[in-house]
Each structure stands twice: as structure tokens, then as C-alpha cells.
Design a protein around this ligand. Structure first.
Ligand code: F0G
Length: 518
């Protein structure tokens, strides 16, 4: 048996089969700026405009020369890539720079401690673990208080206090030791409950064992539900549901108090929830920016329940929205911030969660490690990426906002010409969604069938790729929304190319004539 290099025989075999059906299975051989190149039959390079840009991980485009140069230099310098358990790691510098930027944007002097991993989903997993450690410590403090109260009550009983009637009812008698045993038994039952997380309907937080439980899409989450702690999902237009869900899940620990020589029982709220995760712009859901009002409601709700608010800026962060954090534009005040994707300049893999000092549990540093987490190469490359973002008074942020506004104007003009086809243009900066109306009632049976098989987005993507040399995909949870996330170097020519491609698709859908798809 021999291997066949380049054939999807030993990896991606099914994926490539599916992509081939829609003409999407091109073999890209080179990438530069917003362009991916494949080879034509005669061996010449054909460029494709890449609106996907690594699903938002390329702020400065593919293989940005300055970042590539820096990566080479780092290796030539023999940068210590692996130096775990030492007095210094380059991640310290990276965390300092991240603090400088986010403290400026959040207008706070608070410190944010960085915990590093290898990907977005891994940074979410670290978040989940840290939040659970924090919850466990809060439970421990609560229990220590209860134990101290039990001892105080024991002394009171020895001094002549009596057990109240209500408490005696619970313990089947007035014997104090029996009461204590019953309190502890009931509390142990409550404590054995697994933690819950809160997240928004439609949200996407990764696909690892725990992070996928916070990812709303049933297709991704459903088969793996039994593996880890679950989330309760809140509709983003109904923040009042948070209170209802909290009430439904409410649990309490029993505590004892002594008042006027009587030992009685009281309830203490048990920390059921570990954290509330949100994306300031829901990406995979279909590019939905959350409102300023929701941002405020989330903060209030988290303060009321006493859980950390976690902003997942893995896709929306690092300048794509026009500010370093998309949350800044809606005054979102998170306790944790998660970054990944673009952070490695599109070349290195890393993710980080930044935890506000008021929520930080330092013991975690000795509990969670990963071989490549906070390695020297990715940390230094990420630092360079941040320096480039911040250069020239934040020109990159400005470009994201400006080029994004131009793209929105282009898309809105198409919508004005094709209101029957285009439903909405959404997003901020260069994180944009171009949503089409549902084509399920098209007069063309081929289009209807594609909608039925959830394949129209691929048909459109295939057409744009072959005919217009544009690489674009819909979001997975909203198949009508094309996701537009190119780099800040988006040119007028590229915009014109997209304009022509989108208009062509709109015309075909208006004509209800799938035979025109390339
Ligand atoms: N959180 C958000 C908001 C994301 O958009 C993603 C990935 C992740 C977490 C997971 O990060 O892929 O590095 O493990 N989103 C991509 C998408 C895959 O299609 O939107 P990862």
C-alpha cells in the first residue's frame, strides 16, 4: 500500500468530497495580503480575493511581510521557544502590552492577569476552568462560614440555647447533633450539583469538550452534551429572561444562626453559575452586534448573581471592529476578556484570557499549563502584532473602521437596488454580514432544493469563487448571511470585485434562475 501525497486519502477525505460538489475544493498554493492563489491547468497562478481571511484571523492579511520578517528574525535570534518554569517568559511582555491597550479602552486602572493557551477554544476552556475554580473557592468560603456558625451554635446549645421548632422539624427532633448531620447531608447534596454557565442564544465559543457546551448550535453541541457542564442560553433581545433562569436554577445551602437563645436555620444562596459568556458581536451566529442596553443588563445581572462576565472577543477583538475590543463601542464592562485568532498575526497559534485582578485566583497558575501555551515564538510575534496595531496613533483601527464603512456603503447600495433579495447589512468595522432573504419559496426548484438541503450558501460561494474569484462563506448558524472579514488592506478594486459578484448573485436570485450559477 502506498500513500498518495496531495490526495485527500488519509485526511479530509469527506470534507474535500463535500467541497468538491460545490466547486470549492481548490488547492491554494500561495497567500499574500487578501489574496489566495491556486494554479490553473497551464500552471499559472490565479488569485482569489479572500473575504474569509481565516474567519477573521488576518487583520494584516496573509503572510504580512513585516510579521513574516519578524517571525524569521525571532528564529534567527534563537529565541527560547520553550522555557517553561523559568523566571521570565515573553508572555509577560505580551500581557503587559495587552493591559496597556485594554485598560485604555475600558478606562480602568484595574490589572488583568493573562492566562495563555494555544487556540480560541482552548482559551475558552481555560476561562471555564478558572471560573469553576473561583466558584469552588466561593463555595468553600461559604461552607467555612457555615461550619463556624455550627460551632458557635454548639457552644450556645451547651450554654442552654434550644433548637427552634422549625429546625427540629427538619431534623426530626431537637437533638443538635442530628440537626447538624441533616444540614451537612442536605448541603452536600446541593454541592454535588454540577455548575452551570450562562451564554447567549446563537453564541459560539469553540468546539472543545467544555467550550462546545456554551456554543448554541445544536449540531455542534448536541452529540457532546453528556461530556461537560451545561449552559442556560438567554435570547439576546430578552435580557429579562436572565432573572427567570436564575430563579429556576436557584439553590441554597442551609446555615444555622443563634438568636435570643434559639438555634434556627437560614438559607444562603448557593453559587450555581460559574460565568456568563458573551460575544460583543456574535460572529458565527450571523454577525449580530449586541446592543449597549444588553451590555448594561449583562453587567447588572452578573453583579446581582455574583458571577464574572466574560467577553469572548476571539473574533471581534484585536481591532477588527474599529477599536481593539468591540465591546468598547457599547461600553461592555467584562471581568474576563478572551482573545485568540488574529492575536498571533495570522502566523502563530495562541489564545489568552485576561482576568480582572478582583476575580483572579492565582493558584490557577500552578494548576493549568500546556506545553506550547505562552511559548516564546508566539508570544513575541503577538507582541509585534500589537505594536503594529497601535502604530501611528492606531491607524490600523482607523483603517478597519474606514474600509468597513466603505464596504457597508457598497452593500447597502446593493440592498437598495435589490430589496427583494437582500435582507440586511450588519456589523462593525470589518466584521460584516450580508444577509439575503430566505429563498425557500423561489420559483426555481433547484434553488428551493438547495435551500432545503442547506446548500444554497455553498452554491453561492461556489459561484462567487469560480466566476468572480471571491472566497466567501456564510456563517454556520445563519446560512443566509455571508460573512465579510477581510484584512484592513481591503482595496477599492477588491471592493468593486465584491460589488460585481454580489450584484450578480442578487440578479440570479431575483431572476430565480439557478442555471445562471457558474
Ligand atoms: N469564540 C469565538 C467568538 C469564535 O468565533 C471562535 C471561532 C472560537 C471562540 C473558537 O476559536 O477556532 O481558535 O478554537 N470561530 C470560528 C468561526 C471557527 O467560524 O467563527 P478557535
Amino acid at each position: 500500500m502506498s500513500a498518495s501525497p496531495g490526495a485527500p486519502e488519509f485526511a479530509d477525505s469527506y470534507l474535500v468530497e463535500v467541497l468538491t460538489e460545490f466547486g470549492l475544493a481548490l488547492k491554494y498554493v500561495r497567500a499574500e495580503g487578501n489574496t489566495l492563489y491556486y494554479l490553473a491547468d497551464d500552471g499559472s497562478e490565479v488569485g482569489v480575493f479572500d473575504a474569509a481571511s481565516g474567519f477573521g484571523s488576518l487583520m494584516f492579511g496573509h503572510n504580512n511581510p513585516e510579521l513574516v520578517e519578524h517571525a524569521k528574525w525571532l528564529l534567527d535570534q534563537q529565541t527560547p521557544v520553550h522555557a517553561q518554569f523559568s523566571g521570565y517568559s515573553y508572555a509577560i511582555n505580551l500581557a503587559a502590552k495587552l493591559n496597556e491597550i485594554i485598560r485604555r479602552e475600558l478606562k480602568t486602572e484595574d490589572k488583568f492577569y493573562g492566562l495563555f493557551g494555544n487556540s480560541g477554544a482552548e482559551a475558552v476552556e481555560i476561562t471555564i476552568k478558572h471560573a469553576e475554580l473561583d466558584r469552588g473557592m466561593r463555595i468553600k468560603e461559604l461552607k467555612e462560614g457555615i461550619e463556624a456558625n455550627i460551632e458557635a451554635a454548639r457552644s450556645a446549645i451547651a450554654g442552654g440555647a434550644r433548637v427552634s421548632e422549625a429546625a427540629a422539624g427538619l431534623a426530626d427532633g431537637t437533638d443538635f447533633d442530628r440537626l447538624v448531620a441533616e444540614v451537612r447531608r442536605r448541603n452536600a447534596e446541593t454541592e454535588a450539583r454540577p455548575p452551570l454557565f450562562l451564554a447567549l442564544e446563537g453564541g459560539f465559543h469553540g468546539k472543545l469538550v467544555s467550550s462546545v457546551q456554551l456554543t448554541f448550535n445544536e449540531e455542534f453541541r448536541g452529540p457532546f452534551k453528556a461530556l461537560a457542564a451545561q449552559a442556560r442560553f438567554i435570547p439576546r433581545d430578552r435580557p429579562e429572561m436572565i432573572g427567570k433562569v436564575v430563579e429556576e436554577e436557584r439553590a441554597a445551602l442551609l446555615d444555622v444562626v443563634v438568636q435570643d437563645g434559639v438555634v434556627d436555620l437560614v438559607e444562603r444562596d448557593f453559587p450555581v453559575f460559574a460565568a456568563f459568556l458573551v460575544e460583543p458581536i456574535l460572529g458565527e451566529a450571523g454577525i449580530f452586534p449586541i446592543s449597549r442596553e444588553l451590555a448594561r443588563s449583562l453587567r447588572e445581572a452578573c453583579d446581582t448573581i455574583g458571577v464574572p462576565l466574560v467577553s469572548d472577543e476571539i473574533q471581534s477583538g484585536m481591532g477588527r471592529s474599529g477599536t481593539f475590543l468591540a465591546g468598547t463601542q457599547i461600553d461592555l464592562k467584562p471581568d474576563y476578556i478572551i482573545l485568540a485568532k488574529a492575536l498571533g498575526g495570522g502566523l502563530a497559534k495562541l489564545g489568552v484570557v485576561l482576568v480582572n485582578e478582583h476575580r483572579y485566583r492565582k493558584d490557577f497558575e500552578l494548576m493549568h499549563t500546556s506545553t506550547f501555551g505562552r511559548d516564546g515564538f508566539s508570544s513575541r510575534l503577538a507582541l509585534k502584532f500589537l505594536e503594529m496595531l497601535e502604530a501611528d496613533g492606531g491607524k490600523a483601527y482607523q483603517l478597519a473602521a474606514e474600509r468597513g464603512a466603505k464596504a457597508v456603503a457598497m452593500m447597502e447600495a446593493i440592498k437598495a437596488d435589490y430589496p427583494d433579495v437582500v435582507k440586511e447589512v450588519r456589523g462593525k468595522g470589518l466584521m460584516l454580514g450580508f444577509e439575503l432573504h430566505d429563498q425557500g419559496k423561489s420559483a426555481d426548484p433547484e434553488i428551493r432544493e438547495a435551500v432545503e438541503h442547506e446548500a444554497l450558501a455553498f452554491v453561492i460561494g461556489g459561484h462567487l469563487l469560480r466566476k468572480h474569484r471571491i472566497r466567501i462563506f456564510s456563517t454556520a448558524s445563519n446560512l443566509e448571511t455571508m460573512r465579510f472579514e477581510p484584512s484592513i488592506f481591503l482595496s477599492d478594486e477588491e471592493l468593486a470585485q465584491v460589488d460585481a459578484g454580489f450584484r450578480d448573485v442578487c440578479q440570479i436570485l431575483r431572476d430565480q434562475d439557478a442555471s445562471k450559477f457558474a
